[in-house]
Ligand binder design. Structure first.
Ligand code: MF3
Ligand code: CO
Ligand code: CO
Length: 269
């Protein structure tokens, strides 16, 4: 892999070239395809470890590597976060039950480019409150993405997400954020999912980053369990998350991790 040369802004944000979007589209598509393939597998009785095993094998079979295996000592190809787990759930023997809501987060490296995406799944029958939470979280991400164009700021993205979520009487998690990415996993800036319009770095064509809001039905506070990874809501309320990797274009953005099968938003019923 050749590291892309080019400019870094005063905030430390790399500006990529037009041709670099192709590498991100390829890695983003692979990550999204893997998430598509999981849809029929997320059913009551399956363990999160079995889902992770599928992902591990699929990444390997695609001449790609997992960005998470070996990352700060993490050992798995995905994070699988069930119900009140906010993020960084560790796959294991726990079997899904009907009504569980599940976020699967996958990051692959293909030809040196990072594709990072997560979405919600439902095992069995979906409850009404959970359905509403998933809907609001998905729409919050898409509203954040709509705020992405040169001249707007990162604060505009956070503001779009926060105002929408709070108007639905849900809360935005503060303790985790999106991030720049490209040829590394986590780069500047921190993309927070709350904020004031016009604040933060100005968006420029060629910036690549994730938006990945976590939304809780209850309060926003989280805590980390004794395994040093699993983040849960302090009040045990349900939490949801969606994540796309995107790149700023001349008049908006490219979404690198769109679902090839159109399965990003879970279909109900
Ligand atoms: N994919 C996560 C993100 O969206 C990071 C997971 S790091 C891990 O940034 F080590 F927990 F896998
Ligand atoms: Co991410
Ligand atoms: Co992710």
């Amino acid at each position: 892999m050749t590291v892309t040369k080019g400019r870094v802004t005063k905030n430390g944000i790399r500006i990529f070239e037009t041709k670099d979007h192709a590498g991100m589209f390829a890695s983003g598509k692979l990550a999204a395809e893997i998430l598509d393939e999981l849809v029929p597998m997320v059913v009551p009785g399956v363990s999160t470890g079995e889902l992770d095993k599928y992902i591990t094998d699929r990444v390997e079979a695609s001449d790609a590597t997992s960005a998470t295996i070996g990352y700060k000592g993490y050992k798995h190809a995905s994070c699988i976060s069930v119900n009140h787990v906010v993020c960084h759930g560790i796959p294991g023997d726990k079997k899904l039950k009907s009504g569980d809501i599940v976020n699967v987060d996958v990051t692959v490296i293909l030809d040196g480019w990072f594709g990072d995406t997560s979405r919600m799944y439902v095992a069995g029958k979906l409850g009404r409150k959970a359905e509403r939470l998933i809907e609001v979280t998905h729409d919050a991400l898409m509203l954040g993405i709509e705020a992405v164009k040169p001249g707007n700021t990162f604060g505009d993205i956070g503001h779009a997400i926060q105002t929408y979520v709070e108007a639905q009487r849900m809360s935005v998690v503060r303790d985790f954020c999106g991030h720049g990415l490209g040829q590394v996993f986590h780069a500047p800036p921190n993309v927070v999912h709350y904020g004031r319009p016009g604040t933060g770095p100005v968006l420029e064509e060629g910036m690549f980053f994730t938006i990945e809001p976590m939304v809780n039905l209850g309060r926003p506070e989280t805590k980390i369990l004794g395994d040093d990874w699993t983040a849960v809501t302090r009040d045990k309320s349900l939490s949801a998350q969606f994540e796309h990797s995107i790149g700023v274009t001349a008049d908006g953005c490219d979404i690198f991790t769109l679902s090839p099968a159109g399965l990003f938003h879970p279909t109900y019923g």
